[in-house]
Design a protein around this ligand. Sequence first.
Ligand SMILES: Nc1nc2c(ncn2[C@@H]2O[C@H](COP(=O)(O)OP(=O)(O)OP(=O)(O)O)[C@@H](O)[C@H]2O)c(=O)[nH]1
Ligand SMILES: [Mg+2]
Length: 327
Amino acid sequence: MFTAILKFVLLYHALLQPGCSGWSKGIHAAASDLNEKSGLAIAVMGPTGSGKTTFVNLASGSNMHVGMGLQSCTSAIQVAPPFALDDRQVTLIDTPGFDDTAKSDAQILEILATHLSQEYQAGRRLSGVIYLHRISDVRMSGISMRTFRIFRQLCGDTAMTNVAMVTTFWESVDKAVAEAREKELVGQHTFFKHAVDRGAQLLRHNDTIESAHAIIRGFLGGSPKPLLIQEQIVDQQMRLADTSAGAELDREMLEQIEDHGQEKRILQEEAEEEIREREEQARQKAEADMARHHEEVARHQREIARLQHPCRGRRGMRRVACELREL
Ligand SMILES: Nc1nc2c(ncn2[C@@H]2O[C@H](COP(=O)(O)OP(=O)(O)OP(=O)(O)O)[C@@H](O)[C@H]2O)c(=O)[nH]1
Ligand SMILES: [Mg+2]
């Protein structure tokens, strides 16, 4: 199933290059120029619109295209020019977000997997992964959870110590509300608890350079670790569809297909019920029309009979008088 879907989306991907891909393509070429002397490499991931490109721009002083409307923006990997932080050279890797408006999650996973395995094969390791999540989201939607589950399988438990779960959009929400949401995120296994229990940091970003740099500083003392997907594709020679992230995506897609099937069944039942109701209403109307018609006919027949026999129904002298008048 996944392989077929993946083939389709790759073909689709080849035909379609949306929105701000011009930028992305130019910067994508720089990915191969990234060498070990650049120092620390950190990937920034997360759902579309969570602020990945904004974060990378802010921290690195770049000017990559940021989404302004409802459409997803970054459609390919973008490697920002390295910048100095303390005495290290930091390279941030901006990624397209899951739940993209123009690309399926399978396409996004393919883009991430291709880049990550190429880098790993070339001996370049990530020192960290930043996963952004909007604290302004009223609830952890099904899409956010799906995105996070795929991300978890992409990193694997061992690499979680090199992950920072970073919440964004703090200034867009009342602080008490945002703090309550943060508590919920870290308290539930279906949300971020699983990652935090395995060593991921939970941090806040308040959209300033200082906060972006403070988050990155957390990685300076650590050592690079391969992500699970890198080991599975490069070391274990697995096909993307068979990797943990690929299998997770496959599961998510099957669930979605089942949900759609169920939704379709409900809609079909509702449509059939409506047709039955309309048919019943039409039948009742036809019966009422027919009864009215019979009543009209009967009335006309009574009128005709009265015209033909005007004295019928009268008795005694009144009938005699009537019949005399009719003569
Ligand atoms: N208020 C607020 N707005 C933000 C923040 N981060 C990003 N934005 C805005 O959110 C919008 C989307 O930001 P992007 O940086 O393009 O998001 P992205 O995660 O790169 O999105 P994709 O490229 O589509 O995956 C832009 O209008 C940003 O200005 C933040 O921390 N606070
Ligand atoms: Mg972006």
